[in-house]
Write a protein that binds this ligand. Structure first.
Ligand code: ADP
Ligand code: ADP
Length: 224
Protein backbone atom coordinates (compact mmCIF):
# COMPACT_ATOMS: atom_id res chain seq x y z
CA UNK A 1 0.00 0.00 0.00
CA UNK A 2 1.18 3.48 -0.93
CA UNK A 3 -0.43 6.41 0.86
CA UNK A 4 -0.13 10.16 0.51
CA UNK A 5 -1.57 11.91 3.53
CA UNK A 6 -2.09 15.61 2.79
CA UNK A 7 1.23 15.92 0.97
CA UNK A 8 2.56 19.16 -0.45
CA UNK A 9 5.92 19.82 -2.05
CA UNK A 10 7.47 23.21 -2.65
CA UNK A 11 10.82 23.46 -4.38
CA UNK A 12 10.77 27.19 -3.73
CA UNK A 13 8.79 29.36 -1.34
CA UNK A 14 5.86 30.34 -3.51
CA UNK A 15 5.80 27.52 -6.08
CA UNK A 16 4.01 24.26 -5.33
CA UNK A 17 5.04 21.18 -7.30
CA UNK A 18 2.38 19.20 -5.40
CA UNK A 19 -0.39 20.49 -3.20
CA UNK A 20 -2.72 18.77 -0.70
CA UNK A 21 -2.37 15.26 -2.14
CA UNK A 22 -4.37 12.43 -0.59
CA UNK A 23 -3.88 9.06 -2.26
CA UNK A 24 -4.26 5.45 -1.35
CA UNK A 25 -2.95 2.86 -3.80
CA UNK A 26 -3.67 -0.78 -2.93
CA UNK A 27 -1.12 -3.52 -3.58
CA UNK A 28 -1.09 -5.16 -6.98
CA UNK A 29 -2.72 -2.40 -9.00
CA UNK A 30 -1.63 -0.91 -12.32
CA UNK A 31 -1.98 2.83 -11.77
CA UNK A 32 -1.46 5.58 -14.30
CA UNK A 33 -0.43 9.03 -13.25
CA UNK A 34 -1.73 11.27 -16.00
CA UNK A 35 -1.34 14.96 -16.66
CA UNK A 36 0.63 17.46 -18.69
CA UNK A 37 4.32 18.15 -18.37
CA UNK A 38 5.00 20.07 -15.15
CA UNK A 39 1.91 18.68 -13.38
CA UNK A 40 4.00 17.06 -10.64
CA UNK A 41 4.12 13.42 -11.79
CA UNK A 42 7.90 12.95 -11.43
CA UNK A 43 7.89 14.66 -8.06
CA UNK A 44 5.16 12.33 -6.82
CA UNK A 45 7.10 9.23 -7.95
CA UNK A 46 10.35 10.51 -6.46
CA UNK A 47 8.65 11.04 -3.11
CA UNK A 48 7.67 7.37 -2.96
CA UNK A 49 11.35 6.48 -3.36
CA UNK A 50 12.42 9.10 -0.80
CA UNK A 51 14.36 10.98 -3.50
CA UNK A 52 12.30 14.09 -2.72
CA UNK A 53 10.88 14.79 0.72
CA UNK A 54 7.45 16.31 1.34
CA UNK A 55 7.37 19.92 2.53
CA UNK A 56 4.19 18.96 4.36
CA UNK A 57 2.31 15.73 5.04
CA UNK A 58 3.34 12.09 5.04
CA UNK A 59 4.20 9.54 2.36
CA UNK A 60 3.67 6.02 3.69
CA UNK A 61 4.90 2.94 1.82
CA UNK A 62 4.01 -0.46 3.29
CA UNK A 63 3.25 1.17 6.62
CA UNK A 64 6.52 3.08 6.76
CA UNK A 65 6.61 6.88 6.84
CA UNK A 66 9.24 7.60 4.19
CA UNK A 67 9.98 11.12 5.39
CA UNK A 68 10.96 9.74 8.81
CA UNK A 69 13.52 7.33 7.39
CA UNK A 70 17.13 8.19 8.15
CA UNK A 71 19.15 8.79 5.01
CA UNK A 72 21.09 5.60 5.78
CA UNK A 73 17.88 3.57 5.46
CA UNK A 74 16.92 4.93 2.06
CA UNK A 75 19.06 2.51 0.05
CA UNK A 76 17.16 -0.36 1.71
CA UNK A 77 13.84 1.20 0.75
CA UNK A 78 14.98 1.76 -2.84
CA UNK A 79 16.09 -1.83 -3.20
CA UNK A 80 12.50 -2.85 -2.57
CA UNK A 81 11.33 -0.58 -5.36
CA UNK A 82 11.83 -0.99 -9.08
CA UNK A 83 12.73 2.47 -10.30
CA UNK A 84 12.54 3.48 -13.95
CA UNK A 85 13.25 7.18 -13.67
CA UNK A 86 14.21 9.60 -16.40
CA UNK A 87 17.64 10.48 -15.04
CA UNK A 88 18.78 6.87 -14.72
CA UNK A 89 20.41 6.14 -18.04
CA UNK A 90 21.86 2.80 -19.01
CA UNK A 91 25.66 2.63 -18.95
CA UNK A 92 26.66 2.66 -22.59
CA UNK A 93 30.12 1.17 -22.11
CA UNK A 94 28.70 -2.03 -20.61
CA UNK A 95 26.67 -4.82 -22.11
CA UNK A 96 22.93 -5.10 -21.57
CA UNK A 97 23.57 -8.08 -19.28
CA UNK A 98 26.09 -6.14 -17.21
CA UNK A 99 23.66 -3.21 -16.86
CA UNK A 100 20.97 -5.53 -15.53
CA UNK A 101 23.41 -7.28 -13.16
CA UNK A 102 24.56 -4.01 -11.65
CA UNK A 103 21.87 -3.54 -8.96
CA UNK A 104 22.73 -7.01 -7.66
CA UNK A 105 26.49 -6.51 -7.85
CA UNK A 106 26.33 -3.26 -5.85
CA UNK A 107 24.46 -5.06 -3.08
CA UNK A 108 27.16 -7.70 -2.89
CA UNK A 109 25.65 -10.59 -4.85
CA UNK A 110 28.07 -13.13 -6.30
CA UNK A 111 28.50 -12.51 -10.01
CA UNK A 112 27.31 -16.00 -11.01
CA UNK A 113 24.10 -15.46 -9.04
CA UNK A 114 23.71 -11.92 -10.43
CA UNK A 115 24.18 -13.15 -13.98
CA UNK A 116 21.62 -15.92 -13.58
CA UNK A 117 19.05 -13.52 -12.20
CA UNK A 118 19.81 -10.86 -14.80
CA UNK A 119 19.25 -13.43 -17.53
CA UNK A 120 15.88 -14.32 -16.03
CA UNK A 121 14.97 -10.60 -15.94
CA UNK A 122 16.00 -10.18 -19.59
CA UNK A 123 13.89 -13.19 -20.55
CA UNK A 124 10.91 -11.61 -18.85
CA UNK A 125 11.19 -8.47 -20.98
CA UNK A 126 11.89 -10.46 -24.15
CA UNK A 127 15.50 -9.37 -24.61
CA UNK A 128 17.62 -12.37 -23.70
CA UNK A 129 19.00 -12.42 -27.26
CA UNK A 130 20.41 -8.90 -26.65
CA UNK A 131 22.30 -9.83 -23.47
CA UNK A 132 25.75 -9.16 -24.89
CA UNK A 133 24.77 -6.11 -27.00
CA UNK A 134 25.68 -2.57 -26.00
CA UNK A 135 22.68 -0.40 -25.07
CA UNK A 136 23.24 2.11 -27.87
CA UNK A 137 22.84 -0.62 -30.49
CA UNK A 138 19.26 -1.21 -29.32
CA UNK A 139 16.14 0.64 -30.36
CA UNK A 140 14.62 3.12 -27.90
CA UNK A 141 11.91 0.63 -26.95
CA UNK A 142 14.44 -2.09 -26.33
CA UNK A 143 16.55 0.24 -24.17
CA UNK A 144 13.49 1.05 -22.12
CA UNK A 145 12.82 -2.67 -21.63
CA UNK A 146 16.44 -3.14 -20.48
CA UNK A 147 15.75 -0.40 -17.92
CA UNK A 148 12.70 -2.40 -16.81
CA UNK A 149 14.79 -5.57 -16.49
CA UNK A 150 17.32 -3.65 -14.40
CA UNK A 151 14.52 -2.28 -12.23
CA UNK A 152 12.95 -5.67 -11.51
CA UNK A 153 16.10 -7.76 -11.04
CA UNK A 154 15.81 -7.22 -7.27
CA UNK A 155 12.23 -8.60 -7.43
CA UNK A 156 10.53 -5.46 -6.08
CA UNK A 157 6.89 -5.43 -4.98
CA UNK A 158 6.47 -1.92 -6.38
CA UNK A 159 7.58 -0.55 -9.77
CA UNK A 160 7.71 3.21 -10.34
CA UNK A 161 8.08 4.18 -13.99
CA UNK A 162 8.39 7.81 -15.06
CA UNK A 163 7.21 8.31 -18.66
CA UNK A 164 8.49 4.89 -19.78
CA UNK A 165 6.78 5.22 -23.15
CA UNK A 166 7.90 8.76 -23.95
CA UNK A 167 9.60 9.10 -27.34
CA UNK A 168 8.45 5.62 -28.42
CA UNK A 169 6.22 4.79 -31.34
CA UNK A 170 2.98 2.97 -30.58
CA UNK A 171 4.39 -0.48 -31.28
CA UNK A 172 7.36 -0.04 -28.94
CA UNK A 173 5.25 1.72 -26.34
CA UNK A 174 2.93 -1.29 -26.37
CA UNK A 175 5.84 -3.67 -25.80
CA UNK A 176 7.07 -1.61 -22.86
CA UNK A 177 3.61 -1.50 -21.36
CA UNK A 178 3.09 -5.25 -21.89
CA UNK A 179 6.33 -5.90 -20.03
CA UNK A 180 5.14 -3.78 -17.11
CA UNK A 181 1.70 -5.42 -17.14
CA UNK A 182 3.30 -8.86 -16.96
CA UNK A 183 4.86 -7.88 -13.63
CA UNK A 184 1.54 -6.55 -12.41
CA UNK A 185 0.00 -9.93 -13.26
CA UNK A 186 2.66 -11.47 -11.03
CA UNK A 187 1.46 -9.30 -8.13
CA UNK A 188 3.68 -6.23 -8.44
CA UNK A 189 2.15 -2.78 -7.92
CA UNK A 190 2.95 -0.60 -10.97
CA UNK A 191 2.73 3.17 -10.85
CA UNK A 192 3.38 4.64 -14.28
CA UNK A 193 3.41 8.29 -15.25
CA UNK A 194 2.42 9.34 -18.73
CA UNK A 195 1.33 12.46 -20.50
CA UNK A 196 0.04 10.15 -23.24
CA UNK A 197 -3.59 9.13 -22.83
CA UNK A 198 -3.58 6.17 -25.21
CA UNK A 199 -3.01 3.51 -22.53
CA UNK A 200 -5.15 4.80 -19.72
CA UNK A 201 -7.96 2.31 -20.34
CA UNK A 202 -5.60 -0.54 -19.39
CA UNK A 203 -5.14 0.69 -15.83
CA UNK A 204 -6.96 -0.27 -12.63
CA UNK A 205 -6.77 3.33 -11.59
CA UNK A 206 -5.94 6.65 -13.20
CA UNK A 207 -4.88 9.66 -11.15
CA UNK A 208 -5.07 12.96 -13.04
CA UNK A 209 -2.68 15.68 -11.92
CA UNK A 210 -2.69 19.30 -12.98
CA UNK A 211 -0.64 22.11 -11.48
CA UNK A 212 0.34 19.86 -8.58
CA UNK A 213 -3.19 18.90 -7.61
CA UNK A 214 -5.27 15.78 -8.17
CA UNK A 215 -8.07 16.95 -10.44
CA UNK A 216 -9.74 13.59 -10.98
CA UNK A 217 -9.34 9.89 -10.30
CA UNK A 218 -10.79 6.94 -12.14
CA UNK A 219 -11.07 3.53 -10.56
CA UNK A 220 -11.94 0.45 -12.61
CA UNK A 221 -13.41 -1.32 -9.57
CA UNK A 222 -15.84 1.55 -9.02
CA UNK A 223 -16.54 2.18 -12.72
CA UNK A 224 -17.41 -1.50 -13.36
P1 ADP B 1 5.96 16.32 -14.39
O1 ADP B 1 6.69 15.06 -14.05
O2 ADP B 1 4.46 16.15 -14.35
O3 ADP B 1 6.42 16.93 -15.67
P2 ADP B 1 7.50 17.54 -12.25
O4 ADP B 1 7.23 16.81 -10.99
O5 ADP B 1 8.76 17.26 -12.96
O6 ADP B 1 6.25 17.40 -13.23
O7 ADP B 1 7.48 19.12 -11.95
C1 ADP B 1 6.43 19.75 -11.22
C2 ADP B 1 6.83 21.20 -11.00
O8 ADP B 1 7.94 21.28 -10.11
C3 ADP B 1 7.25 21.92 -12.26
O9 ADP B 1 6.80 23.25 -12.17
C4 ADP B 1 8.75 21.85 -12.21
O10 ADP B 1 9.33 22.92 -12.89
C5 ADP B 1 9.03 21.93 -10.71
N1 ADP B 1 10.25 21.21 -10.34
C6 ADP B 1 10.48 19.89 -10.53
N2 ADP B 1 11.68 19.54 -10.04
C7 ADP B 1 12.23 20.68 -9.52
C8 ADP B 1 13.46 20.98 -8.86
N3 ADP B 1 14.37 20.02 -8.61
N4 ADP B 1 13.67 22.26 -8.47
C9 ADP B 1 12.75 23.21 -8.70
N5 ADP B 1 11.58 22.99 -9.31
C10 ADP B 1 11.31 21.75 -9.70
P1 ADP C 1 12.10 -1.28 -33.56
O1 ADP C 1 11.58 -1.95 -34.82
O2 ADP C 1 11.87 -2.10 -32.34
O3 ADP C 1 11.73 0.15 -33.45
P2 ADP C 1 14.60 -0.64 -34.71
O4 ADP C 1 13.94 -0.60 -36.05
O5 ADP C 1 15.21 0.58 -34.15
O6 ADP C 1 13.64 -1.28 -33.62
O7 ADP C 1 15.70 -1.76 -34.72
C1 ADP C 1 15.40 -3.08 -35.15
C2 ADP C 1 16.51 -3.98 -34.65
O8 ADP C 1 17.78 -3.51 -35.10
C3 ADP C 1 16.53 -3.98 -33.14
O9 ADP C 1 16.55 -5.33 -32.71
C4 ADP C 1 17.80 -3.28 -32.76
O10 ADP C 1 18.46 -3.98 -31.73
C5 ADP C 1 18.63 -3.32 -34.01
N1 ADP C 1 19.28 -2.01 -34.16
C6 ADP C 1 18.69 -0.80 -34.14
N2 ADP C 1 19.58 0.19 -34.29
C7 ADP C 1 20.79 -0.41 -34.42
C8 ADP C 1 22.11 0.05 -34.60
N3 ADP C 1 22.39 1.36 -34.68
N4 ADP C 1 23.08 -0.85 -34.66
C9 ADP C 1 22.83 -2.16 -34.58
N5 ADP C 1 21.60 -2.68 -34.41
C10 ADP C 1 20.59 -1.82 -34.35
Amino acid sequence: MIEFDNVSKQYSRDAYALRDIFLSIPDGELVFLAGPSGAGKSTLLKMIAGIEKPSHGRVIVNGQDISKLKSGSLPYLRRKLGLILQDQKLLNDRSVLSNVMLPLIVTGAASSEAEARARVALEKVGLIDKASALPLSLSGGEQQRVAIARAIVNRPKIILADEPTAFLDRDNANKVLSALKAFQSAGVTCLISSHDEQFLDQANRVIYLSHGQVTDTWNAAVAA
